[in-house]
Design a binder for this molecule. Structure first.
Ligand SMILES: Nc1ncnc2c1ncn2[C@@H]1O[C@H](COP(=O)(O)OP(=O)(O)OP(=O)(O)O)[C@@H](O)[C@H]1O
Length: 599
């Protein structure tokens, strides 16, 4: 099944998402020979294990004979030694292949999920709780790996042990099958009942873990707000409530384990089997050695009985994890990478034609039309919430328009190849996101490994960032904390400008609402921004009057409507809203704003 994606990797294997079991099987089928090898090793391992019981019985019979030849016992011992050694090797091989399958499965599933998440639209990511996604990507994945090994590994091994024990008992004397067959029937019925009860609890456990994780992630991310508002008790309460629900499901899980009857029934089965064996022995149907072999084979049933609670619990948790993972994989996204779409070098001609857009059912932009010619700077002004940032997000298809068209160089953005489109448009946002990597890596992020050090330094110099970077002992190799916490707002902004300069985009979106910057930094940023506007089409959102005045045209937005557009002077002369917004942008601005110079 192929869903829309904004990003795809060529030649990727497509797994079956129609159900959790099918998805798991489609993953394991990738390694079908390894899986076959694992299954064969499990079977052979248990043939050897059951054979040792035969040898023990033979040894008993040999010892009880009047003239036991030591040579005969020696042969049995030697045969047992060989069989046990072979069994050990098979056991080792089976565990090794199971572990390989488990780790490869988890690696492939992680890669599949990660690639899939990168291909999801912004709208999808807006809806998700990061903590829950993280729980799926980490904990549910670990659960999948545990499901394979030791889960499926133990199930395969213990069930082939069960099968071999019953088969060998049948070969010994079919009459001996009475008790084991009855027990196997009861065991299978009880196991089915157990697995059915376990299913919903496993699903709840995984779900609750995801929610608990989401609460934790949210409060850690918002720790500044939590502390500043002294809301620690509220957060603790929320977390404890979730964690308690998680615990309750575990207790429920434990109760189902506790009610599992086969462990009790096995004791009865062993006693009945012994009685039956004695009966057959007393009627000379079997030898003493056969009775010993029979009881030894019966004890193998312990393995499957005791391990099944645990291994089926791992299986159920794994399937529940798989269900959560594929529900994320299957989530529809609105946009598509449109590989094979228009792929030219951009000139930077941007046209909005009667564009409307809404988040869900709330209309945000209404009938917007304007034209930005290559190299022009278009400033967008409007009260907070007017839709300025949203408008810019339609250019690089973070969102798609509802009606109307956005054209770049005369081609609808929906007809552009997504990669070609986005790689030629850079955005510098209000909240600059920096990765916890080195400064150089952050600047060169848009180019990946293609950027060389000298180009990075030139970009940093143009962005007025070189000086403060050089002031760090490790210069460009300085590691910065997550979200750039070790850097000031102004420094983060200049790194973002350097990052954009390096990619040399044809179209630039500059959403710069930071106002609390000291005047020295302000000056540096002004220079950097002036430098970056040169020679590219720019959509500029800023409260800085000097920057607005650089614009070739200014769009005035009010509640999602474009009420006027024109040059600074034109708008001052004719647009009341512009005059009002303009005066808000700088409280010091006199009532009559004509010709006032700021900065
Ligand atoms: N991801 C989103 N999902 C739903 N609604 C959103 C989303 N982002 C923004 N909005 C809403 O859309 C409207 C316009 O938001 P937008 O950020 O475009 O305004 P803005 O003019 O840039 O405001 P500001 O100057 O405060 O940044 C607001 O009412 C906002 O609540």
């Amino acid at each position: 099944m192929l869903a829309k994606r904004e990003f795809t990797v060529a030649n990727t294997y497509h797994y079956n998402w129609s159900s959790p079991m099918r998805w798991i099987i489609s993953h394991l089928l990738q390694y079908r020979f390894l899986f076959l090898g694992f299954a064969l090793l499990c079977i052979v391992n248990n043939i050897f294990a059951a054979s040792t019981s035969l040898f023990i019985g033979r040894a008993f019979d040999a010892v009880l004979q009047k003239n036991t030849a030591l040579q005969q016992l020696g042969m049995i011992t030697l045969a047992m030694l060989i069989v046990i050694t072979m069994q050990g090797c098979c056991d080792l091989g089976a565990r090794l292949t199971a572990e390989m399958l488990s780790k490869r499965f988890a690696r492939d599933a992680r890669e599949e999920l990660y690639t899939n998440l990168l291909g999801k639209s912004q709208t999808f990511h807006n809806r998700q709780r990061v903590g829950d996604i993280m729980a799926r990507a980490s904990n549910d994945m670990t659960q999948l790996s545990d499901m394979m090994s030791p889960g499926i590994d133990t199930i395969m091994d213990s069930f082939s042990s069960l099968f071999m024990s019953v088969l060998f008992i049948g070969l010994l004397n079919p009459q001996l099958l009475l008790v084991p067959i009855l027990y196997v029937i009861v065991f299978l019925v009880a196991l089915r009942f157990y697995a059915r009860q376990l299913g919903p609890v496993a699903v709840n456990l995984r779900e609750e873990f995801g929610q608990t994780n989401a609460v934790l992630t949210e409060s850690v991310n918002g720790i500044e707000v939590v502390k500043a508002t002294a809301q620690e008790p509220q957060e603790i309460h929320k977390f404890v409530t979730r964690a308690s629900r998680y615990r309750d499901f575990y207790v429920q899980n434990g109760k189902i384990h506790g009610r599992y009857l086969p462990t009790l029934l096995l004791g009865i089965a062993l006693a009945l089997a012994f009685l039956h064996g004695l009966y057959l022995y007393s009627h000379h149907e079997i030898s003493l050695g056969m009775l010993v072999t029979f009881m030894s084979l019966m004890t193998y049933l312990r393995y499957v009985t005791y391990m099944s609670t645990w291994s089926f619990s791992l299986l159920r948790l794994g399937v529940a994890g798989a269900e959560r993972i594929i529900s994320l994989l299957k989530e529809e996204t609105e946009l598509d990478a449109n590989m094979g779409g228009h792929k030219e070098e951009m000139r930077g001609d941007v046209v909005f034609e009667h564009v409307t857009f809404s988040y869900g059912s709330t209309p945000i932009l209404k009938d917007i039309s304007f034209h930005a010619r290559p190299g022009q700077t278009i400033a967008i002004v409007g009260q907070t919430g007017a839709g300025k940032s949203t408008l810019t997000k339609l250019v690089n298809r973070i969102y798609d328009v509802d009606t109307g068209r956005v054209l770049i160089d005369g081609v609808d953005v929906r007809d552009w190849d997504m990669d070609a489109l986005r790689s030629q448009i850079s955005t510098i946002e209000q909240d600059v996101f920096l990765f916890s990597r080195t400064i150089a890596e952050n600047i060169s992020y848009g180019l990946g490994s293609k950027a060389d050090q000298s180009a990075i330094e030139v970009a940093a110099r143009d962005a007025q960032a070189d000086e403060f970077i050089q002031s760090f002992p490790q210069g460009y190799e300085t590691e910065i904390g997550e979200r750039g916490v070790t850097l000031s707002g102004g420094q983060r902004q200049r790194l973002a400008i350097a990052r954009a300069l390096l990619t040399d985009p044809r179209i630039l979106v500059l959403d710069d609402s930071t106002s609390a910057i000291d005047s020295a930094t302000e000056d540096e940023i002004q220079k950097a921004i002036h430098r970056i506007l040169e020679g590219r089409t720019t959509l500029l959102i800023t409260p800085r009057i000097s920057q607005i005045r650089w614009a070739d045209s200014i769009l005035v937005l009010r509640k999602g409507e474009l009420i006027d557009q024109g040059s600074h002077e034109e708008l001052l002369a004719r647009c009341e809203t512009y005059r009002r917004i303009f005066s808000h942008y700088d409280a010091a601005l006199p009532a009559s704003v004509g010709g006032v110079e700021h900065d």
